[in-house]
Design a protein around this ligand. Structure first.
Ligand code: SF4
Length: 356
């Protein structure tokens, strides 16, 4: 988002002042072309802008080639150990490759990969994660976040020495604080875009909370150019979570629903109405802030930044626009009237954005 360099993964710019890019990874067998393509389409429809696919051996290459040809979004090849797989993945149509120069082996092999990446003008993602901290840094007794960042910097140096700057760096830890400090450290040292994520963040709820805290802290410090929320299981959930996090933090357009926590003053079913608003604003890519507040005592005041809101009254609800009450409605008409106001607002926003 605020790295100095912009790197292009096919037609998707990463870094500079470009929006944070959402990515995920397939978990189908790469040899199963049809299934993998289907998953990529689903990920793209959910909001993924880039998808990573594991290319395990040369046997995966024919299927990977087909996947790259068919996919409408850029495909990143995820490679470990074998430089030949990296080279063949680039030739097969990868828009970016992810390698770990440390496990590719001798420098000449890395050189070969870089040479082909240069020829095909595709970026390489390098970096480190908490499981691949280099021993030389570990024994220096430096803080782990620094050892992690320095390990990634070593990989960056290898690329720079080969006069290759078309890189994206990724540093990931399972520890949110270590992850934050390591990414902050490296963001102050090099100008390349950063791919951020909490690695192996766990099952759904844990992954959501851990990633929101860890990645939220980075994003709010203007660190991070592309994001993956790692969740064990269906990768669609990763994309939806990343989209939600970026929208709620204001880095991506979309609806935001403000709802009070309810208390003894609550006059309406806040949770029910907030869920209705979620339904009415589904698939909207406009910035729309809607507030659902339990009472008029604090409602409009607390939600004055909302475009539109409703606050419960003894007889129904007060609909307010920009903090000012626009109409009061009885319980029977509450849901229907509120829906009408929201739909009108959505149409107005769409019209403004189409006209501008
Ligand atoms: S808006 Fe009203 S009902 Fe909701 S938490 Fe605040 S005081 Fe309670």
């Amino acid at each position: 988002m605020f790295s100095k360099y912009t790197v292009f993964v096919k037609n998707v710019p990463i870094g500079g002042h470009n929006p944070v890019v959402i990515q995920s990874m397939t978990n189908t067998n790469t040899l199963d072309t049809e299934k993998t393509i289907k998953q990529i389409i689903n990920l793209s429809n959910a909001g993924a802008e880039i998808v990573r696919v594991s290319v395990r051996t040369l046997d995966d290459i024919p299927s990977f080639k087909k996947i790259c040809e068919i996919s409408s979004i850029p495909i990143v090849a995820d490679i470990h150990f074998d430089y030949k797989v990296a080279i063949e993945s680039i030739k097969a149509g990868a828009s970016k490759i992810r390698i770990n120069p440390g496990n590719i082996g001798s420098l000449w092999k890395v050189k070969e990969v870089v040479k082909v990446a240069k020829d095909y003008n595709i970026p390489i993602r390098v970096g480190a994660n908490s499981g691949s901290i280099k021993k030389e840094f570990e024994i220096l007794n430096m803080p782990r976040f620094k050892a992690l960042a320095e390990s990634a910097l070593e990989e960056v140096k290898v690329m720079e020495e080969l006069e290759f700057n078309n890189i994206i760096i990724s540093i990931k830890s399972t520890d949110a604080k270590e992850n934050f400090l390591a990414n902050k450290y490296i963001s102050e040292k090099v100008p390349y875009p950063l791919h951020i994520g909490i690695t192996e963040a766990g099952i759904y709820e844990d992954a959501l909370i851990l990633s929101s805290a860890g990645l939220g802290a980075l994003l709010l410090n203007n660190i991070g150019d592309t994001i993956r929320i790692s969740i064990a299981g269906d990768p669609i959930k990763e994309v939806l979570a990343a989209k939600k996090l970026l929208t709620l933090l204001g880095f991506k357009k979309g609806p935001r629903i403000i709802a009070c926590p309810t208390c003894a003053r609550t006059e309406i079913n806040v949770e029910y109405l907030a869920n209705k608003v979620k339904e009415w604003t589904k698939n909207i890519d406009e910035d729309i802030n809607v507030a659902v507040m339990g009472c008029v005592v604090n409602g409009p005041g607390e939600a004055k930044h909302a475009d539109i809101g409703i606050a419960g009254t003894k007889t129904g609800g007060a609909i307010f626009i920009n903090g000012e009450i626009a109409e009061t409605v009885l319980f029977e008409k509450l849901e229907e009237t509120f829906k009408k106001y929201i739909k009108n607002l959505i149409s107005e926003r769409k019209k403004i954005n189409t006209d501008s």
